[in-house]
Design a protein around this ligand. Structure first.
Ligand SMILES: Cc1ncc(C[n+]2csc(CCOP(=O)(O)OP(=O)(O)O)c2C)c(N)n1
Ligand SMILES: [Mg+2]
Length: 332
């Protein structure tokens, strides 16, 4: 098993800036969502990914355009990074018809067939069997593709986790299990619900190659994911990566956070993936203040356009309320 934080070469400037830009993009998108939520433009549940950006950004580097991604309800970043436009995600957050799920899904149910982004799954562990099915279909059709399945550590308590791991291993399916271990499932700390808190060990018990990764370090995530994806494409079967990470905000928009010590949060914030990576790049002479200003400007423009698009969007007419409950007969 490789060490948790192996020494890694810093990538060349353009790629390094791209990693940083993507992390900033995901964070700013969500910070904008917080403002819009407070203004009651976005309603319902809203689970923020702030603090965990290095996982999605690093992991996406290993994927090809025709690979599939399955995620949870904390998935705005995954969708953005996969190529679902900020505008169609924002319209979905508003509940507008122009959203990627026609405004019917909202924050927790982003879907996009074009980019093979299969949710947005609100049920804990719900994405796992979906990923098994997608990977089985690829295997049966002899497509050399990877299905990356992101889920929180809370999912390992579900029976479906064990069933999915078993079938993936038994059938040697091309799945990359990306477990985002942020230590808490709502208000329950992992150690309060699991006798074995080393999640890679659980995966290894199914004969799935597994190892822990520093999820606050975008380069560590990228390295581990690229290695695992390469092995999967070579026919080595499912892999499981346990990304050790942390969410800086409440579970959902508001929770009193009585289950964790404020000092713990402050300690983890010292490892903020964006500021630590920026500091590393500056130290290596790969990042200037002008670069940072340009990133802010580009991201700001994209978000302004996304909000305008959502504002200008339309509400689905009430006559369409029952559409898509059952599949529609083909139109003649
Ligand atoms: C089957 C099921 N049980 C309970 C819930 C309620 N619930 C929503 S989020 C959550 C915690 C999940 O934690 P984790 O998997 O660690 O993901 P995180 O929120 O930390 O990203 C729970 C229990 C649910 N959505 N689905
Ligand atoms: Mg969790």
């Amino acid at each position: 098993m490789p060490p948790l934080s192996a020494a890694r070469a810093v990538p060349e400037r353009e790629h390094a800036l791209q990693l940083l830009r993507e992390m900033v993009r995901v964070r700013r998108f969500e910070e904008r969502c917080v403002e819009l939520y407070s203004a009651a433009k976005i309603r319902g549940f809203l689970h923020l990914y702030i603090g965990q950006e290095a996982v999605a950004v690093g992991a996406m580097q290993a994927l090809q355009p025709d690979d599939a991604v399955v995620a949870t309800y904390r998935e705005h970043g995954h969708a953005l990074l996969r190529g679902v436009s900020a505008a169609s995600i924002m319209a979905e957050m508003y509940g507008k018809r122009e959203g990627c799920s026609r405004g019917r899904g909202g924050s927790m149910h982003l879907f996009d067939k074009r980019t093979r982004f299969y949710g947005g799954n609100a049920i804990v562990g719900g994405g796992l069997p979906l990923a098994v099915g997608l990977a089985l279909a690829d295997q049966m059709q002899a497509h050399n593709r990877v299905t990356a399945c992101f889920f929180g550590e809370g999912a390992v308590a579900e029976g479906v986790f064990h069933e999915s791991m078993n079938l993936a291993a038994l059938w040697n399916l091309p799945i990359l299990f990306c477990c985002e271990n942020n230590l808490y499932a709502m208000g329950t700390a992992l150690a309060r619900s699991e006798s074995e808190t080393n999640l890679s060990l659980k995966a290894a018990s199914f004969e799935v190659s597994a190892w822990p990764v520093d999820g606050m370090d975008v380069l560590a995530v990228q390295d581990a994911t690229c290695r695992a994806a390469e092995a999967i494409r070579g026919g080595a079967g499912p892999h499981f990566l346990e990304f050790r990470t942390y969410r800086f905000r409440a579970h959902s928009m508001y929770d009193p956070e009585l289950y964790r010590d404020k000092r713990e949060v402050e300690e983890w914030k010292k490892r903020d993936p964006i500021s630590t990576f920026s500091a590393l790049l500056k130290e290596r002479g790969l990042l200037t203040d002008e670069d940072l200003a340009r990133i802010d400007e580009q991201v700001g423009a994209e978000l302004a356009q996304a909000v305008d698009f959502a504002e200008a969007g339309t509400w689905e007419p009430v006559e369409d309320l029952t559409r898509f409950v059952y599949s529609e007969p083909p139109r003649s």
